[in-house]
Write a protein that binds this ligand. Structure first.
Ligand code: LIP
Length: 270
């Protein structure tokens, strides 16, 4: 495999540095009281979400002032049609983090526009609590802390550990209940962990065999989707409604057919 070129290295280094800066803030504040910016029935936004996006934005803009940011805590209007953009979730798993649960991550992706659509070509996910950094560049292998990773080889759903996410609204909750009911009897275990980015990183790393969520946002899944693909997995995200929402599935390839049959055939899944 050829060495990274200077441009790839510079973008990857900037994204990793930005993730580490935000990750240091997360680690310092995990057990401290946190100021809530807004709270809804199934979600919380912290002042630290906004502060971490500001830190990431400052670091990325210092290296690449012309690349706009589409982030959970603020979308630069230019990013909606820019040829290249960063897609940032400064704290993915905010509710966990707000409760002092050390299962949350920084997720940074770079996307390039081709025709009318965007493709993710760089992904970085940092778990600052476990010290685990996942990286991927399109067309290259996925890595954790520099070491190559691969999806699991399990092929039967009944042997699989699968993660589900329940997003933020009652509508999305309702949409996921049938999936839970259909799958719970057919897999070894279901895990609902509260961070889409880490769930995707775990699929790429062979810890989970699949991950499914509806109503998830682009910034939660852009980096993780590429990391799954570069680890040999399958990632599909179908736009669902406005506001960068997606219906998303990721798996190791082996359980994909059975997963789709159970998810897409109500009779089968009943
Ligand atoms: C979270 C996702 C998670 C989803 C939550 C929330 P946030 O992202 O990672 O999968 O179930 O509702 O959207 O808001 O913590 O960045």
């Amino acid at each position: 495999m050829t060495a990274l070129n200077n441009v790839q290295t510079a973008h990857l280094d900037a994204a990793v540095d930005a993730a580490r800066e935000a990750g240091n803030v997360m680690r310092r504040h995990l057990q401290r009281p946190k100021r809530v910016h807004t709270a809804t029935a199934h979600d919380v936004k912290l002042e630290l979400d906004i502060e971490c996006q500001r830190i990431i934005t400052r670091r990325l803009a210092r290296a690449f002032p012309d690349i706009p940011i589409l982030g959970e805590e603020g979308v630069d209007p230019v990013a909606e049609n820019a040829p290249v953009r960063w897609v940032v979730d400064p704290i993915d798993g905010t509710v966990n983090f707000s409760q002092g649960i050390p299962h949350a991550a920084v997720s940074i992706a770079r996307q390039s526009r081709s025709g009318g659509t965007y493709q993710t070509d760089l992904g970085v996910i940092l778990d600052p609590f476990q010290g685990e950094l996942w990286t991927a560049l399109r067309g290259r292998v996925a890595r954790r802390n520099g070491r190559r990773i691969r999806v699991s080889t399990r092929r039967r759903l009944r042997d699989a550990v699968l993660s589900l996410g329940f997003a933020k609204t009652d509508r999305e909750l309702e949409r996921m209940f049938p999936a839970f009911t259909r799958l719970a009897r057919r897999v070894r275990k279901i895990r609902i962990m509260g961070s889409a980015a880490l769930a995707l990183a775990y699929v790429a790393d062979g810890r989970f065999d699949a991950y499914v969520e509806s109503g998830i946002r682009l910034w939660d899944i852009a980096a993780g989707g590429l990391i799954v693909e570069c680890a040999g997995g399958v990632f599909t995200a179908e736009a669902s409604g406005t506001g960068y929402r997606y219906r998303m599935r990721a798996h190791n390839g082996g359980v994909g057919r059975e997963l789709s049959r159970v998810m897409d055939s109500p009779a089968e899944g009943a």
